[in-house]
Ligand binder design. Structure first.
Ligand code: FE2
Length: 254
């Protein structure tokens, strides 16, 4: 359960670190599960994921991943002919988006009563899990993730999207930890939302307001440095980002 001080901090900042949420054994089991998924993955049918390239998000592989366990490459893992130029485990940007329902290990962690109780403490009357992903932050080729608000992509009215981000290894400024803009969930109304549209279900951003978007000062971004097993709660309107992994640290032993 969250303490009243933790709740007050979340309400003030829009994010909160809950230390040691998962045990080292639970972290290890999630990592082993991902290793199994990668070893079985048919990367010939995967596609590239880039947070810069929203047009790429429209392909069938991306859209269908909502109900599957799908692997997405780093842009730099392919050569100009579209061939993978490195091993699977070091070429993947992320795996998603239904790990919470389709993989037993992820399911057990995702549906822990403690997590649901925390969601209720944050004011979510009937919390439901709609998406899960495993993000790699590959050293050397992994890109940055531009500042964004998760509610843009998981939109409800009123806003209810809440991120439960769990570190599966130490994340710090050197290997691409999360950064968040304190208080931005209170000062940055959502300017747009991501929608599927048209005959071919292409994805576009649709404006929600005529107002100019709020200016985000990246100098005010705060690093969220965490240890393996720590949980970060993230309000759907809280502006966050991550830089590329400039360290040689690799997330996977494979
Ligand atoms: Fe995000």
């Amino acid at each position: 359960m969250l303490t009243s001080a933790q709740l007050a901090s979340y309400q003030k900042n829009g994010f909160l670190t809950v230390p040691k949420y998962l045990s080292i054994a639970e972290v290890a089991s999630l990592r082993q599960s991902i290793e199994r998924i990668i070893s079985k993955a048919d990367m010939a049918t995967s596609s590239v994921f880039s947070s810069d390239d929203q047009a790429g998000s429209s392909d069938a592989y991306f859209l269908e991943s909502a109900e599957k366990i799908s692997c997405f490459y780093e842009e730099k893992a392919l050569n100009e002919r579209g061939e993978v130029i490195r091993g699977k485990a070091s070429a993947i940007n992320k795996i998603g988006h239904a790990l919470h329902d389709l993989d037993d290990t992820f399911k057990a962690v995702s549906y822990k009563p403690a997590l649901k109780n925390m969601a209720k403490q944050l004011g979510l009357a009937e919390p439901g899990i709609v998406q899960s992903q495993y993000i790699f932050k590959q050293p050397g080729i992994g890109g940055d993730v531009k500042p964004h608000q998760d509610a843009t992509f998981l939109y409800t009215d009123p806003i209810s999207c809440t991120g439960f981000w769990i570190a599966l290894e130490k994340a710090d400024r050197k290997n691409g930890c999360l950064f968040a803009l304190p208080g931005s969930h209170r000062t940055s109304p959502l300017p747009k939302r991501f929608v599927r549209t048209g005959q071919h279900h292409e994805t576009i951003f649709r404006a929600l307001t005529d107002q100019k978007p709020t200016h985000w000062d990246l100098n005010e971004m705060q690093p969220i440095e965490v240890e393996a097993g720590d949980l970060v709660l993230l309000h759907g309107l809280c502006v966050h980002m991550s830089y590329a992994n400039h360290s040689p640290r690799s997330p996977m032993p494979m």
